[in-house]
Design a protein. Structure first.
Length: 66
């Protein structure tokens, strides 16, 4: 359990450092991401981006289990 928590923490740390780069690259503006913009309101739900991230994380954990 400790190893899993350390790995999850490292992944979150790396994601935090890469977040500005991913936004500049347009990663979180993929087709399928839901964006609703009104006068004083903005709702963003990254459906497609989260599916891709989920797949990448699943592959990483699958590799680490082997």
């Amino acid at each position: 359990m400790q190893k899993t928590l350390v790995i999850a923490g490292i992944i979150l740390l790396v994601a935090g450092f890469l977040w500005p780069l991913l936004q500049k690259a347009g990663f979180f503006r993929l087709p399928g991401d839901i964006v609703i913009e009104r006068e004083n309101f903005r709702f963003y739900f990254p459906v497609t981006s989260m599916v891709i991230i989920s797949g990448v994380v699943s592959v990483i954990f699958w590799i680490l289990r082997r």
